[in-house]
Design a protein around this ligand. Structure first.
Ligand code: CAO
Length: 538
């Protein structure tokens, strides 16, 4: 048995084309010359036939992917060694070639060393979701060390480096930019060279089956489980089943294809579908773009270059998601924002008194840590803020756990890591969590799980400045605290003005779930415990 990696053959001049159909199911037998995938350029569709007979182990592309000559599209398991019928396709990949007289295609095993080709996989990324490959950090021929970054993945909320689990030379990059990868998916083929002291079992196996060297399966390196089926892609544009010509047509008309129903095979969107959509939108006076609908006029597209020099810069995925979420939350949530100042003179004195011990522990106690602790206490005391509206509009969900998110501004965009069980943690532990999460956020190494499960969010601009701002609720949470810069102010104590350090706070809340009275109580409680942190211990 051998695994053949099937690649895109010469496309007759087409640069890059779209995969519009996967023709066989995983596990299905394919004959030589039977179609594996259908591609579509802006001019024509073309079938990519399998150069071998076998069964499909895995597709390495999904519908909607853009591919070019030489890209790997599928793994096909063949019954015996076959020379690829497709001259442009690379030779079969061979693994663990501790063979004395290797076949021409197989890597060399000298007396001193054995060479094997192994596949580096995506390690555990913390959940079952597939995330987009946004950057390939190595090139074919590069020497990589174990732990060195092979590719970078980006989820809705964070980017993550995928380190190589192997040391060796990159022979082939199996994944490509735009692919959706999850734990266990294949990233790259690495040629690993080992010393002569290869394990006995490998030697023996190789000696007994030298003629099958080319038939041996590619060795898959940690973790063992490899995703066996192509996942449904989840990115907005990839979910849309339409060819590039139709996409271009839709772009020209300003049509958001996610709103168009396809009438072609398997729901594929055709040019007529776009035409009909525009006609019916014009008739009903609606809009055709990605605006919110509901009669909200769109901001017109403007060619700014007519006014001066400009650059157009692609938004990062996080920036796009943030933009969508902000618009969604702003339009869906009836916001009210309430303001107050907390007297943090004593709190700051206490925080500063912890400095020496903090240095010993290697932890900086930041103001945000106290705000998280105080918000957690306020959520316990005011459970209305620890609710979410249920999707049915008939119920709300009361949460009995307290997880507090903190907004962190990073070069890639805004992310909100979550401090879990903040009510059960002391200031040292919260401070340590804050530093860890903020560092991971800035390095783009947060895992999806680090950003899930929040009940309430804090957005602090205190280190930057400002008197106040109105934060947007991070729905489905119902409250968010905006913190501005503290200032010394003269505060009347009944007989004199006293210099007190006052911290401006703003709480925005979802008025569908929280009444003004609830918010007033929450804010008053928060101000009380920040002004006298002994209340936090009660
Ligand atoms: N008023 C006045 N000064 C403040 C302040 C406030 N509300 N909050 C923080 N500061 C001061 C701190 O005291 C600190 O000064 P010292 O070093 O002299 O103590 C300085 O500003 C820097 O603060 P920090 O960054 O150490 O602490 P933090 O509690 O503000 O934040 C952390 C901690 C890890 C969250 C932070 O480093 C960070 O990443 N902040 C990002 C905040 C952010 O991106 N906000 C964007 C929100 S967008 O919606």
């Amino acid at each position: 048995m051998a695994i053949e990696i099937i690649t895109i053959p010469d496309l007759g001049g087409a640069e890059s084309v779209e995969v519009i159909e996967l023709c066989a199911a995983v596990g299905e037998a394919v004959e030589q010359e039977e179609s594996l995938v259908v591609l579509e350029s802006d001019k024509a569709s073309m079938d990519v036939p399998s150069p071998v007979q076998g069964s499909v182990v895995k597709y390495l592309v999904t519908e909607g992917d853009t591919v070019k000559v030489g890209d790997a599209i599928a793994e096909v398991e063949t019954a015996e060694a076959q020379v690829s019928a497709e001259p442009a396709a690379p030779e079969p990949v061979v693994a663990e070639t501790a063979v004395e007289e290797p076949a021409v295609e197989t890597p060399v095993a000298s007396e001193e060393t054995t060479t094997s080709e192994q596949i580096a996989l995506v390690p555990d990324i913390g959940n079952d979701d597939k995330v987009e490959l946004i950057e390939i950090s190595v090139a074919v021929g590069d020497q990589v060390e174990e732990g060195e970054t092979l590719v970078v993945l980006e989820s809705d909320k964070a980017t993550m480096d995928v380190p190589s689990t192997l040391t060796g030379t990159v022979k082939q990059i199996i994944a490509k930019e735009g692919d959706k990868l999850g734990t266990g998916d294949q990233v790259a083929l690495i040629e690993v060279t080992r010393g002569a002291s290869a394990p006995a079992v490998e030697q023996e196996q190789a000696e007994t089956t030298p003629e099958l060297a080319a038939d041996k399966p590619v060795e898959v390196v940690k973790p063992a489980a490899v995703a066996a089926t192509p996942e449904t892609v989840t990115s907005d544009s990839a979910e849309i089943y339409a060819g590039p010509a139709v996409r271009l047509f839709a772009r020209e008309l300003g049509v958001d294809l996610s709103q168009v129903s396809g009438t072609g095979p398997k729901g594929r969107i055709q040019k007529d579908d776009v035409n009909n959509f525009v006609k019916s939108a014009l008739k009903s006076g609606g809009n055709t773009g990605s605006g919110s609908g509901a009669g909200i006029p769109q901001v017109p597209a403007i060619d700014f270059s007519q006014f001066g020099e400009i650059d157009t810069v692609k938004l990062s995925k996080i920036q796009k998601v943030t933009a969508n979420n902000m618009q969604r939350n702003w339009l869906n949530v009836p916001h009210v924002t309430q303001f107050d100042d907390a007297d943090i003179t004593d709190l700051e004195a206490f925080r500063k008194s912890l400095k020496a011990e903090g240095e010993k522990r290697g932890i900086k106690v930041t103001p945000v840590a106290f705000l998280i602790k105080a918000a957690a206490a306020a959520l316990v005391a005011n459970p209305e803020f620890n609710r979410s509206l249920a999707g049915d509009g008939e119920n709300y969900v009361q949460k009995h756990y307290i997880n507090v998110g903190m907004a962190v501004d990073t070069p890639r965009g805004l992310v909100v890591p979550v401090i879990k069980d903040a009510d059960k943690k002391g200031i040292w532990e919260i401070s340590s969590d804050v530093i860890t999460m903020a560092t991971l956020a800035r390095e783009g190494k947060l895992k999806p799980n680090d950003m899930q499960g929040g009940c309430f969010t804090i957005s602090s601009l205190g280190a930057i400045g400002g008197n106040g701002f109105t934060p947007i609720v991070n729905s489905p949470e119902v409250g968010i605290l905006g913190v501005s810069k503290s200032q010394m102010k003269p505060i009347w104590d009944g007989s004199d003005f006293q210099p007190r350090l006052m911290l401006p706070l703003a709480i925005s809340y979802d008025h569908r779930v929280i009444n003004g009275g609830d918010a007033g109580r929450f804010m008053t409680y928060l101000v009380k415990i920040l002004s006298d942190i002994r209340h936090m211990t009660l």
